[in-house]
Design a protein around this ligand. Structure first.
Ligand SMILES: Cc1cc2nc3c(=O)[nH]c(=O)nc-3n(C[C@H](O)[C@H](O)[C@H](O)COP(=O)(O)O)c2cc1C
Length: 162
């Protein structure tokens, strides 16, 4: 069984968007190896058709370059990237995604792939960054509805547990 088949078996039916890429950070990588149906719904594309592409296809005019630079730096240093990115659906509609992207390591510590947990969020009116609960709230799947195993991993939490 490959790592991708193994992941698919467990996350295919989860309602959190999940996308797995290879470990190549530099263009044309990272290349999508698998996306679950919830990810297809989030980005408004057929999850099978985006396999082989880089996640950059979701980016557009209002995607902040500073955020992408931070994303790139964090992946290069082998750490978890947790942040909010403006992306675009297949039909051009803009949305805000909360992204929790982590390296998948082999037993020797080498990075084999990346896995990203993603959901749509909406701006909370009148809440500055740093106030309790943050500036954005989930619009699709709330923390209460996260599968327990993902909560244990600290998915979407300010600080990951691993
Ligand atoms: C598993 C994974 C999922 C990603 N998902 C997204 C995404 O949903 N939206 C996005 O704009 N970038 C996403 N990225 C980030 C881009 O692929 C890329 O790393 C980013 O644009 C920074 O690199 P660049 O400066 O070379 O473009 C993802 C990366 C990985 C590894």
């Amino acid at each position: 069984m490959t790592i991708v088949e193994w992941i698919k078996a467990f996350v295919h039916d989860i309602s959190v968007g999940i996308v797995v890429t290879d470990a190549a950070i530099e263009r044309p990588g990272p290349i999508i190896l698998y996306a679950n149906p919830a990810f297809g719904q989030l980005v408004g594309r057929d999850p099978v058709e985006i396999v082989g592409q880089s996640p950059r296809f979701m980016q557009g005019k209002e995607t902040r370059r500073e955020t992408l630079d931070a994303f790139h730096r964090t992946l290069s240093s082998g750490e978890r990237f947790h942040g909010y990115v403006t992306n675009y659906r297949g039909n051009g509609a803009k949305y805000r995604a909360q992204i929790d992207c982590r390296p998948l390591r082999d037993a020797e510590g080498g990075i084999q792939a990346f896995i990203s947990f993603e959901r749509e969020v909406v701006r909370r009116v009148g809440r500055p960054a740093g106030s309790s609960g943050g500036r954005y709230g989930p619009s699709s799947i709330s923390n209460d509805l996260l599968p327990g195993a993902l909560r244990d991993l600290g998915v979407f939490a300010a600080t990951a547990s691993e």
